[in-house]
Design a binder for this molecule. Sequence first.
Ligand code: PMP
Length: 407
Amino acid sequence: MKPEISNHRRDFPMLTRKMHGQPLIYLDNGATTQKPLTVLNRMDQFYREEYATVRRGVYGLSQKATEACIASRETCRRFLNARSADEIVFTKGTTEAINLVAASYGRKFVQAGDEIIISEIEHHANIVPWQRLAEEKGAQLRIVPVNDQGELIFSAFEKLLSPKTRIVAIAHISNALGTIHPIREIIAMAHKAGAVVLIDGAQAAAHMNVDVRELDADFYCFSGHKTFGPTGIGVLYGKLALLTAMDPYQCGGDMIDEVRFEKTTFAPPPAKFEAGTPPIAQIIGLGEALRYIEAIGREQIAAYEHELLLYATEALRRIPGLKIIGEAHHKAAIISFIMDGVHPHDIGTILDSQGIAIRAGHHCAQPTMRRFGVPATARASFAFYNTREDIDELIKAVSSVRKVFGP
Ligand code: PMP
């Protein structure tokens, strides 16, 4: 383990606790990540010493809270390398960000006969909003298939693209399989066809560099709770011209310019999409979390997690009767697997009794499970605070599952 990374493990109080008398080994980072002290302390300090509302206050506390939120938005801008902080919309998370684009961009710009392209291995959050939009508009949802490794079949994508393609929505990294999609190429191809591209970055933001300008992404979104930040907050990046052209998502306080009973005019983005009192503490906590990630370095994180992936993959492959689902060439540190004769839920339960937290189920990706002919998988997903020792414990525990259920 690289010392500079291992030092940061100590920043996470949750990683020192025990489960069922055993040290907790937390391997469900694809679902959510643990929080470092700096985030916990910053939010605690805000609630204890600085708490006030934002935007409306003329008093000092409110102005300070407003400044802290502005600073957080600037951190998000830098984190994604967006051109302007006005391109950063705070949402509840990835799910709300995608729903926002489907509702605000989709309702306005998608017409009957248009097409929306997604991949076969999306999270439900990047399927259902588009499906609903297509149903409402009389548009078609088109699905790019993946090969047996879980990689997008590019020739099929190329064939699906046409002047009818209005939106391409695709994950940066698949949460169920770990596939890293070549999104720069996908975006370039979609743009050539005249489509707008949304990238679901829920699994990517905390694990690799993201530069929305270099990618030329039209929309990019992620969740705070998967980036070592609080729940209830996420980011939607959108190109300013697109956000400006879109209609509001929800209506209420703070998103207006002027309200008259005859007609209301709206604030420019991002305020136009942020109706109501925002999750102030969460916004501040998210800023702290992203600065924490930046201080460690996303390239270092990616390199370290890749080492963990290789180490774990090799060890899991040696366990008889175990099959890894999703073996893309470009893969994040997420490993889905099944075992002969053992339900993934049983794997999860047995591992839990040994203090090891993994996910078991369909991972909100039922079409992915269907594609690979399995009802569910067990999934271990890593973060930079995991170690080879964690993986050794995982391997020991998974091997013990075979002893319980027999070969
Ligand atoms: N997309 C992907 C790829 C995800 O992994 C997740 C979370 N599992 C989501 C979307 C939804 O994120 P959230 O629940 O934080 O809105």
